[in-house]
Design a protein around this ligand. Structure first.
Ligand SMILES: [Zn+2]
Length: 268
């Protein structure tokens, strides 16, 4: 019998068993590339600045597309045809009164029942069958409702989707809700246009900040915008940044790659 209180650890990692002398030399030389995800919000809307530049570029951005608005279908199809990852940019209510037109025809209200909110989410996701997950458009009110956010995580984890928390406001309850739901938490690290600063140089410096976060954590998630919140400067900065990026050291990946990485770490 084993003595009580002595934990038995059986490693699943077979690399312990390998003879170091037999390992290929390269495994000592190259550290794995750090992962950067660049999520771009507000596709689908009528404000088009930066849309075509980014969709036609070779940067593997993740496109967050608003549902049931002017250009939802065309942006979705173009993104999929150009091999971009797509997520739903789900409109949710703010904590202050905003014009209805900012949300689009379907949005989740601050005190909506979890059943009705899940139904709306499902309806919007059905418009983008290839979507790998979702994040919130506006939503400074709804994201403070922990029960509602828990329902979003419950839905996403049971449908093999991810839910990215944009961390837009201080009262945001997403992280707590993800724990309650026992779901993986993904949070934005860097905003590319904070405080309405959408200058080209500003976006470049934020992209470099994304690299610093990745140096620390192994990966980093940035969020930028097409249309009024970002637009042409954001698009050009992302494209130029990608061109000059040291791709041996940094790998711009769809957000699902970071989600999968976190998932695999959680299982170890
Ligand atoms: Zn948005």
């Amino acid at each position: 019998m084993l003595p009580i209180n002595k934990p038995v650890f059986v490693s699943k990692d077979i690399s312990y068993c390998l003879n170091v002398a037999e390992m290929p030399k390269e495994s000592f030389q190259k550290p794995p590339a750090k992962l950067l995800a660049i999520v771009v919000d507000d596709f689908g809307g009528y404000e088009r600045a930066g849309v075509d530049e980014l969709l036609e570029s070779d940067v593997p951005i993740t496109c967050a597309i608003m549902p049931f608005v002017d250009n939802t279908k065309t942006d979705y199809e173009k993104a999929i045809n150009n091999k971009k990852e797509v997520i739903l940019h789900m409109p949710m209510q703010a904590h202050v009164r905003l014009p209805e037109s900012w949300y689009g025809p379907v949005y989740i209200t601050n005190y909506e029942s979890t059943d009705s909110a899940t139904e709306k989410l499902e309806k919007c996701l059905a418009e983008m069958p290839e979507a790998k997950g979702f994040n919130i458009h506006i939503g400074s009110g709804a994201s403070r409702n922990q029960e509602l956010m828990k329902a979003m995580y419950d839905y996403s984890s049971s449908h093999d989707l991810y839910f990215l928390d944009s961390r837009t406001n201080l009262g945001d309850k997403c992280e707590e809700a993800s724990k309650m739901s026992n779901s993986i938490y993904l949070g934005r690290d860097v905003f590319l246009e904070p405080n309405k600063n959408k200058s080209y140089a500003g976006v470049i410096s934020r992209l470099n900040q994304t690299i610093s976060v990745a140096d620390e954590n192994g990966y980093a998630i940035a969020i930028g915008h097409v249309g009024a919140e970002g637009g042409t400067n954001t698009a050009r900065a992302i494209i130029d940044f990608y061109k000059s990026l040291d791709k041996e050291k940094y790998n711009v990946v769809p957000l699902s790659s970071i989600y999968d990485l976190i998932k695999s770490k959680n299982f170890k």
